[in-house]
Design a binder for this molecule. Structure first.
Ligand code: SF4
Length: 384
């Protein structure tokens, strides 16, 4: 595409964005999301449909993409995990004697540990670099293109500045056809804070200048889960975390991962391992705020419940915790037992729940009088 054609394209895109801003927005959620960040309900539904269709056809789509992308002798680097990716990157860097890299802040780079890798390889950040790490948002299966958002033509210039280009993308980031690109683009514009004003459908020309890495890293575990796989449609916009009361209380630290908040509660046990991450699926009050703001209509609350059912069925939940909770349920649902003295209630519940609260947290003190007694007292006072 010539510069003038591209400029016209940017102008056209701008009018689409402006038009989009005037559409009515769905504000029926309870969280802190700006109206202008919302997609209309119909667009959310449609985008959800497009993404889901692409995901359901993922195996077919990946083959289609490979056929188209590799038609001029280009190669895809399939990385099962980050060791595969980093060792391939290491050999490119040492073979080509590269010293500087350009990259942006991106969750996949954090997931890979790219900055630590650069430190180890003694690669310095530079705006004009030997190697560009360019963020591609999705692959387009039927044309073999990479979809890249652009701002002020900076990515377009970078792609053509003669440096080596590297693209790292998750195996799920793929849409079926060119016909879905506009829908996808409009959604990205509506949710993006970065002020993009165009996109590039990129297909490399030279075979030794561009490297595409398609990363699995646990995503296929998620694809195997018939219900939970819809979580892979996530666009990583972060708005579900913004409106989550639990996330807003505990923050991202307990996750110790680049995936946090409501969507992290769904995907982490599968991306990482169930044993270490199943607890995050319980860090949820099931309020449903997240679902209302998700641009691709991922039913996050339902998926968290699905995870809990799955862990229960596969005995992924702690058996000692289960027996404790059964004892707890038996005690607190017995009026006779709950009306025992404050001291006795405290002793019994401390004993039952000691393991659940572990060493680091103390059990909160019990009310002196149960709710039942408080209620009776209040009624008596009111009738005096
Ligand atoms: S689950 Fe939805 S709201 Fe949350 S980050 Fe992904 S796309 Fe955004």
């Amino acid at each position: 595409m010539s510069d003038s054609a591209y400029f016209k394209f940017l102008q056209d895109s701008k009018s689409i964005i402006d038009g989009d801003k005037n559409k009515t927005v769905d504000t029926s959620f309870g969280g802190d999301i700006n109206d202008s960040e919302m997609l209309t309900t119909n667009k959310r539904k449609y985008l959800g449909f497009v993404m889901q269709k692409s995901l359901e056809e993922l195996d077919e789509n990946l083959l289609k993409f490979e056929n188209k992308y590799c038609r001029k002798g280009l190669k895809i680097n399939w990385a099962v995990d980050y060791n595969d990716l980093l060792s391939e990157l290491h050999s490119i860097i040492s073979k080509r004697k590269l010293k500087t890299a350009y990259y942006t802040k991106h969750y996949l780079y954090d997931e890979v540990g790219l900055e630590d890798f650069f430190k180890k390889e003694k690669i310095k950040y530079s705006e004009v670099a030997d190697i560009n790490f360019i963020e591609a948002q999705t692959l387009v299966a039927d044309t073999g293109n990479l979809f890249i958002l652009d701002k002020d033509m900076s990515n377009l210039k970078r792609l053509n500045n003669g440096a080596i280009n590297v693209f790292i993308i998750g195996v799920e980031q793929l849409i079926s056809s060119l016909g879905d690109v506009e829908t996808y683009y409009n959604a990205q514009l509506a949710i993006s804070q970065k002020g993009y004003n165009g996109y590039i459908l990129y297909h490399p020309v030279k075979k030794d200048n561009d490297y595409l890495f398609i990363v699995d890293n646990g995503r296929s575990n998620m694809i195997k889960m018939q219900r939970q796989r819809v979580a892979l449609n996530c666009l990583h916009c972060g708005r579900c975390a913004k409106v989550c009361p639990v996330y807003n209380t505990i923050g991202s630290e307990p996750y110790n991962n680049v995936f946090t908040g409501p969507i992290g509660n769904v995907v982490l046990p599968f991306f990482e391992d169930i044993e270490s991450y199943k607890h995050v699926s319980y860090a949820c009050l099931l309020c449903g705020n997240c679902e209302k703001v998700c641009p691709v209509s991922i039913p996050i609350k339902d998926l968290i419940i699905e995870n809990r059912i799955y862990f229960r069925k596969t005995k992924g939940v702690d058996i000692p915790m289960n027996s404790n909770y059964l004892a707890y349920k038996k005690f607190v649902t017995s009026r006779k037992k709950m009306n025992k003295s404050h001291l006795l209630r405290t002793l019994v519940l401390n004993k039952i729940l000691s393991k659940a609260f572990r060493k680091k947290r103390k059990m909160p003190p019990l009310e002196k009088h149960t709710f039942n007694k408080q209620y009776i007292q209040r009624m008596q006072n009111e009738n005096k």
